[in-house]
Write a protein that binds this ligand. Structure first.
Ligand code: BGC
Length: 255
C-alpha cells in the first residue's frame, strides 16, 4: 500500500493540496492553496489542479475532491460551481491536464472517509453522518464504516427550501445570524435528517466546526450524539489522498 499520496480539495473559493502521510493524515509538505478560478469552469479548474501537482513535483496518482455528485469520475451535479461541469469526466480531464492518474470523488465523501479513519468517527459502527457546513452542506453517510457515496443531504427540503440555503455556514454569514438562530436552523435540519436515516452519530465539519462550542450545545431535539470534526479543513485533502491510495495500492509511479 502507498504510504504517501497527493490530495487536492476543490472548493468554492480555494483549491488546496498537500502530499499526505497515509499512516496519520499529516502533510509531508506545506499545504499549497490557489484561488478557484471564476467562473469555475472545468478546464480552468483542471489547470489549477495541474499547477498544484507541478508545485509538488508529483508524478504518481492523485486524489481530487469535487463539490458535487461524482460517479465513476464523472461529475453529475454542480450546485456551487459552474454548471459546465455536469456530465464532464472530471477524472479524465484532470488526468489529462496534470499528466497523472486522477481519482475524483465528492468533497464531503472525502472528508467523511478521513474523519472515519483518523478523526471523530474512528472505530464507530452503526450509521454515522458526516456533514460539512461551508458554502453548501455536504454529507457522507457510513454504515458499519462503509460509505454510501453521493448522499447529497444538503439538498433535502426544509420549509420548502434547500437545507443548505437555510443551514450552511454561508447562510449564517450571509444573513448575519447569531449562534442561537443558526443553531435553531441546524436543529430543524438535523432532526429532519435523523427522521430519515436514524444515525447514532453526527460529525459536523467545515471551518465553522472549530467554533463548535458556540453552537453544538444549542442544538435541540436531536437524539443522536453530535460531535465536531477533528480534521476540519484538512479532511478533504486527506480523504482524497486515501481514496487515490485505495484506487492505486502500488502508490507513486516512478518517473
Ligand atoms: C453539493 C455537494 C457538496 C456540498 C459541499 C453541495 O451543494 O451538492 O455535492 O458535497 O455542497 O461542497
Amino acid at each position: 500500500m502507498a504510504s504517501e499520496m497527493l490530495g487536492i480539495d476543490i472548493g468554492g473559493s480555494g483549491i488546496k493540496g498537500a502530499p499526505v502521510d497515509l499512516s496519520d493524515g499529516s502533510f509531508t509538505r506545506d499545504r499549497f492553496r490557489a484561488a478557484t478560478p471564476h467562473p469555475s469552469r472545468p478546464e480552468a479548474v483542471a489547470r489549477v489542479v495541474a499547477e498544484i501537482v507541478k508545485h509538488f513535483g508529483w508524478e504518481g496518482p492523485v486524489g481530487v475532491t469535487y463539490p458535487g455528485v461524482v460517479i465513476d469520475g464523472v461529475a453529475l451535479s454542480a450546485a456551487n460551481v459552474s454548471k459546465r461541469w455536469i456530465g464532464v469526466d472530471a477524472a479524465a480531464l484532470i488526468a489529462d491536464a496534470a499528466g497523472c492518474p486522477a481519482t475524483v470523488l465528492n468533497d464531503a465523501d472525502a472528508a467523511g472517509i478521513a474523519e472515519m479513519r483518523l478523526g471523530a468517527g474512528r472505530g464507530r459502527g452503526g450509521t454515522v453522518a458526516v456533514l460539512t457546513l461551508g458554502t453548501g452542506i455536504g454529507s457522507a453517510v457510513f454504515t458499519e464504516g462503509v460509505l454510501v457515496p453521493n448522499t447529497e443531504f444538503g439538498h433535502i427540503q426544509i420549509d420548502g427550501r434547500d437545507a443548505e440555503h437555510r443551514a450552511s455556514a454561508k447562510a449564517r454569514e450571509d444573513e448575519g445570524l447569531g449562534w442561537e438562530k443558526w443553531a435553531k436552523r441546524l436543529s430543524v435540519y438535523l432532526s429532519t435528517l435523523e427522521a430519515l436515516i436514524s444515525p447514532s452519530l453526527f460529525i459536523l465539519g467545515g471551518g465553522v466546526s472549530r467554533k463548535a462550542e458556540r453552537f453544538v450545545p444549542l442544538i435541540k431535539g436531536v437524539r443522536a450524539e453530535i460531535v465536531p470534526a477533528r480534521l476540519v479543513n484538512n479532511a478533504g485533502i486527506v480523504g482524497a489522498a486515501m481514496a487515490a491510495a485505495a484506487a492505486h495500492p502500488a502508490g507513486r509511479v516512478s518517473a
